[in-house]
Design a protein around this ligand. Structure first.
Ligand SMILES: Cc1cc2nc3c(=O)[nH]c(=O)nc-3n(C[C@H](O)[C@H](O)[C@H](O)COP(=O)(O)OP(=O)(O)OC[C@H]3O[C@@H](n4cnc5c(N)ncnc54)[C@H](O)[C@@H]3O)c2cc1C
Length: 435
């Protein structure tokens, strides 16, 4: 065990290697800036996170000229969504009615996406990612943040460049520190950011099952059924992922009643799941996602910026969280790149990120707040929800609403320097991993 604190210097220190942190790191490294990304986990492996990306993600990748690269990875294309009430279809939306090109959702696992971004970032020697390294505090000069203090865990810390592998304490000094550390952000707490909006009414309980033979694999399904509402999403490897919609706190009650009672209700709603539930004997299969929405009042402080879920977490409705976080990462890259070019990384410069992202984030959050009312399982509204949904789908403005949720009207306003050259696609279906 080394007792001295290791000192490192970077232009930008990025805390968190999720989709937003990795994309930001890649885009800034492409501009020659010295980037250090710190990630508390030992790798990218996550279960049930940000795996569905909307046409707006496909649009973003196309804008950066990364779409061929992304399409060469293992993914499923989902061109439509169908909504059912008591097993009868009440609405179908084909994404090609919203936009002509990029008219699909891509089901892409988060580890695959992150490893692909890392593989690209490896092309730049000025990019560094340290896994197993948890940020504990901010380095300060008066009120200004000048980096972070972190703890590198003993054991299997991986540095993909196979250099400076160490354990112990670490200071990363940086001109700008970006907290991209997700919905339970440490940087938000350390930086004493204030939260403007905190909403949490519903939860989703996830599990996966082998695709039944009769199931149409390439369609999102949403079911309003007697006991619960369900979201079904195609998953790679011939599986379907299901999210059972619950009210906040309902899962604790379900667990008290026991697995058999829960299984009986689900199978009553969805008889197609009978075989799968025959083998389920406990709650280990399930992962609870708290459907929280948050909005941090001011994302910038002197030397410090909060972006992605850490600044603007959204609920799972519309599966838009990762894409929104990555959109903010792209705008952040644009703002910081220009800030470094002009030698102006003042608080005013950092504030531009929120100014440029506020409208889109708020649009999505407001749409989701409406959706939450439809999808709730609160007893009275639960009965009315399918009816209200049915009426809403016939409203003249509904296409505009879908467009706002699933697509972007215009490309993000960024400098051309962020657009990648075409030739660097990996081999089709090449296994991308950390070597
Ligand atoms: C169960 C679940 C299902 C979801 N499904 C979808 C979906 O289908 N589609 C969709 O678009 N979105 C989905 N989301 C939301 C999506 O995952 C997020 O919106 C997206 O990952 C946000 O990206 P981010 O980079 O801002 O943060 P994150 O992806 O949360 O990444 C933050 C990173 O910071 C690291 N970190 C945290 N604290 C520290 C610290 N102190 N030091 C170092 N590292 C730290 C974390 O380990 C993490 O890797 C889902 C979320 C969950 C939880």
């Amino acid at each position: 065990m080394v007792n001295t604190i290791k000192e490192m210097k970077s232009d930008v220190c990025i805390v968190g290697a999720g989709p937003a942190g990795m994309l930001l790191g890649l885009l800034l490294a492409k501009q020659g800036l010295k980037i250090t990304v710190l990630e508390q986990n030992p790798d990218f492996h996550r279960e049930y996170r940000g795996e569905i990306t909307q046409p707006r993600f496909v649009q973003l990748m196309k804008q950066l000229n990364l779409l061929d690269y992304i399409e060469s990875l293992d993914h499923v294309k989902i061109p439509e969504v169908t909504v059912f009430h008591n097993s009868n279809p009440i609405m179908n939306l084909k994404f090609n009615t919203l936009i002509e090109e990029e008219s699909y959702c891509a089901r892409l696992t988060q580890p695959t996406l992150l490893a692909a971004l890392l593989k690209k970032a490896k092309e730049y020697p000025n990019f560094k990612l340290l896994f197993n390294t948890k940020v504990r505090s901010l380095l300060k000069e008066g009120e200004k943040t000048v980096g972070v203090h972190a703890q590198a865990k003993s054991g299997e810390q991986i540095n993909f460049l196979k250099e400076q592998v160490f354990e112990g304490e670490l200071n990363v000094h940086a001109r700008v520190t970006v907290g991209v550390d997700g919905r339970n952000s440490t940087i938000e707490k350390l930086g004493k950011f204030e939260v403007d909006l905190e909403y949490h009414d519903n939860d989703l309980l996830w599990f996966s099952f082998e695709k039944p033979k009769t199931w149409d694999y390439n369609i999102y399904h949403f079911y309003f059924q007697k006991n619960y509402n369900y979201l079904f999403l195609p998953k790679l490897g011939g599986y379907i992922q299901c999210g059972v919609s619950l009210t906040k706190g309902e899962y604790q009650k379900i667990r008290k009643e026991g697995i058999e009672a829960f299984k009986a209700k689900i199978v009553e709603d969805m008889p197609i799941l009978k075989d799968y539930f025959g083998n389920v004997t406990n709650f280990k299969e399930f992962v609870l996602l708290l459907c929280r929405m948050r909005y941090v009042r001011e994302w910038a402080k002197d030397g410090l910026l909060l972006i992605g879920d850490a600044a603007h977490c959204v609920t799972p409705w519309g599966a838009v969280g990762s894409t929104l976080a990555m959109g903010t990462a792209v705008i952040t890259a644009d703002v910081l790149y220009k800030g470094f070019e002009n030698n102006d990384l003042s608080l005013e410069t950092l504030k531009q990120v929120q100014r440029r992202r506020h409208e889109e984030v708020k649009l999505i959050q407001n749409l989701q707040l409406i959706l939450e009312k439809f999808l709730t399982r609160e007893p009275v509204r639960k009965e009315l929800a399918p009816l209200m949904f049915n009426i809403a789908t016939k409203l003249p403005d509904i296409t505009k609403t879908y467009k706002n949720l699933f697509t972007r009207e215009k490309p993000l306003d960024i400098d051309d320097v962020f657009i990648f050259e075409s030739e660097s696609s990996p081999e089709k279906k090449e296994q991308i991993g950390i070597s």
